[in-house]
Design a binder for this molecule. Structure first.
Ligand SMILES: NC(=O)N[C@@H](O)C(=O)O
Ligand code: NI
Length: 165
């Protein structure tokens, strides 16, 4: 295995994550009351994007195990649809991403996603498959079912080791 490359994790903000997708969380999000004021709606935090033919948006649960050692050697993208991960039991995870388009290892960013947030990768965003931290955790996943090739993979020349300073 070629030399590992350490990449510092960044705090998750809507602005920082914007090139890769959207943040699903209530902090700093607009909301309005519904149901006679008994419920607060944080509306349209992310958009489900389906770009293929006869697509269906689907909801799944991923029961993920931590990757130990946390070394990322493979990334993937879904050109035909978005993919969202929302913790069900508040399990934090790491979002290792690079912008859509030709893959460039030097553009890899690493975000720490707290247990009360989720993210939605826009179509084509390069990302590491689900990476829960510390303990097995369940995530609601909203993504696409349909025809066509919707998962391109790439092997990193220099595997990434996230650093938590
Ligand atoms: N393979 C699969 O459904 N999951 C990946 O796309 C992932 O991002 O975890
Ligand atoms: Ni994916």
């Amino acid at each position: 295995m070629s030399a590992l490359r350490e990449v510092a994790t960044e705090p998750l903000t809507r602005q920082a994550f914007a090139p890769f997708g959207e943040v699903i969380g209530t902090h700093g999000a607009d909301s309005f009351p519904i149901n006679q004021g008994r419920t607060e709606r944080f509306h349209a935090l992310a958009t489900v994007e389906l770009l293929g033919v006869n697509d269906q948006g689907i909801l799944s649960i991923f029961r993920g195990q931590p990757l130990e050692p946390l070394v990322i050697a493979l990334m993937e993208r879904h050109p035909l649809g978005s993919q969202a991960f929302v913790p069900i039991n508040r399990g934090p995870f790491v979002a290792v991403v690079a912008p859509p388009g030709p893959f460039d290892e030097n553009e890899i960013r690493v975000f720490l996603v707290p247990g009360d947030h989720g993210v939605s990768y826009r179509p084509g965003t390069w990302h590491a498959p689900l990476l829960p931290l510390h303990v097995d955790s369940d995530y609601l996943v909203v993504d696409r079912q349909g025809s066509g090739q919707n998962c391109d993979e790439v092997t990193l020349m220099r595997p990434i080791k996230p650093c938590f300073r």
